[in-house]
Design a protein around this ligand. Structure first.
Ligand code: ZN
Length: 374
């Protein structure tokens, strides 16, 4: 029996491996910060044996409410991810598994590796409408990549999409992969209509360092990128610094920043109600976008979500708020669950990469619905 996390995006410390039915593990906090909740490891064992794994520091995780009604994600082939029986009790997260193969990978959500990220960039760049631009280097000297889709016609609108500022929210890059593959499908009428009116700028992975390091929420030195947008710096947050510079060159007419939420079992949007420039026109655009997304995807809903900010009270260090105020545009944070969408539960996989990708496709419908009004 062996547990390892020494790979891209891995995270777990082994506390005790004495008995298969009492394996004690602990999640490692982000380097330079106290955030933790993301885990991702491999268990090598014996087929047919019942294993019980206890994450003993679950109570101290960043969002303990995230463990309630949560089921851990697992895969034998690293392609198909399913849920394992999981209980949160007495401050410990307990996962039960009987092995069908020699080894199993277990994670907080289906991982999206740095290798898959490279595959996505490579797959996109051979398309004639795509340019992949290197915006700059991260603190671990990884390339921050921007995928530009469109003909660059300056009279068109500029749509910006970013994902994985919080690296443990891997569902964000799954969504972007689905969105990009549809956007580049010349048979898709929504995409053709959208690209006739807009250039699309996509940063599929805002935080590659945090992703490779197995962080939940921060970059290589423990900085939460989604609190850096008002004053990004090359020293602390080059990822945001480079994206902000590029946005100022292109302008932004619609911004979609993709995330996952540990606690709420729903897909929801957070709009810009609290930014100083929010007005009736922005409110009407939000209404149009949300109505279109409701029709395009029954996984989306508007009943549950974050409390709306009071007028003028938005935190302008947050990406979607800063962009809304800086460019006076429609701007959203999209949140997906780690657990499942309780409106449409699916017991085997719960919320999954496939559903993220379909929501990416549906997001294009909503974007297309508002473009003429921007
Ligand atoms: Zn997030």
């Amino acid at each position: 029996m062996r547990i390892s996390a020494n790979f891209d995006g891995g995270n777990i410390d082994v506390v005790s491996l004495q008995a298969p039915d009492n394996i004690e593990l602990a999640i490692r906090p982000d380097e330079g910060n106290a955030f933790f909740q993301w885990f991702n490891f491999k268990l090598d064992g014996t087929i047919g044996v019942q294993y019980q794994l206890h994450i003993i520091n679950a109570e101290k995780a960043s969002y303990p409410q995230g463990w309630e009604n949560y089921q851990a994600v697992a895969s034998y082939d690293r392609e198909h991810w399913f849920r394992l029986p999981t209980v949160y009790e007495n401050g410990r997260l307990t996962i039960d598994v009987e092995l069908d193969c020699d080894s199993i990978q277990i994670a907080y959500f289906a991982p999206y590796s740095y290798e898959r990220h490279q595959d996505l960039l490579a797959k996109c760049q051979v398309h004639p409408m795509v340019t992949v631009e290197h915006l700059g280097l991260t603190l671990d000297e990884r390339v921050l990549s921007l995928v530009k889709v469109g003909d660059g016609d300056e009279s068109k609108k500029n749509v910006w999409i970013t994902a994985r500022q919080h690296p443990g929210e891997t569902m964000a890059e799954w969504l972007v992969e689905g969105l990009m593959l549809q956007l580049l499908d010349s048979d898709n009428p929504v995409s053709r209509s959208l690209l006739a009116k807009a250039n699309v700028y996509i940063v599929p992975n805002m935080n590659p360092d945090g992703g490779v390091r197995g962080h939940l929420r921060t970059n290589a030195i423990g900085v939460n990128l989604n609190r850096e947008w008002q004053a990004p710096s090359l020293e602390k947050s080059p990822e945001v610094y480079h994206v902000v510079n590029k946005m100022r060159q292109t302008g932004v007419d619609l911004f979609y920043d993709v995330h996952g939420d540990e606690g709420l079992p729903y897909v929801f949007l957070a709009g810009s109600e609290g930014v100083p420039c929010f007005d009736d026109a922005m409110s009407s655009l939000q209404h149009t976008f949300e109505q279109a997304l409701l029709l395009a995807s029954p996984d989306f809903q508007t009943q549950f979500g974050y409390d709306k900010d009071e007028p003028g009270q938005a935190n302008l260090t947050v990406a979607s708020n800063w962009v809304a105020q800086e460019f006076g545009c429609l701007s959203y944070t999209l949140e997906m669950p780690f657990k499942d969408n309780d409106d449409l539960p699916e017991p085997i996989q719960a919320w999954s990469p496939e559903r993220c990708m379909l929501l990416g496709e549906a997001s294009l419908v909503a974007m297309n619905a508002v473009l003429n009004k921007l």
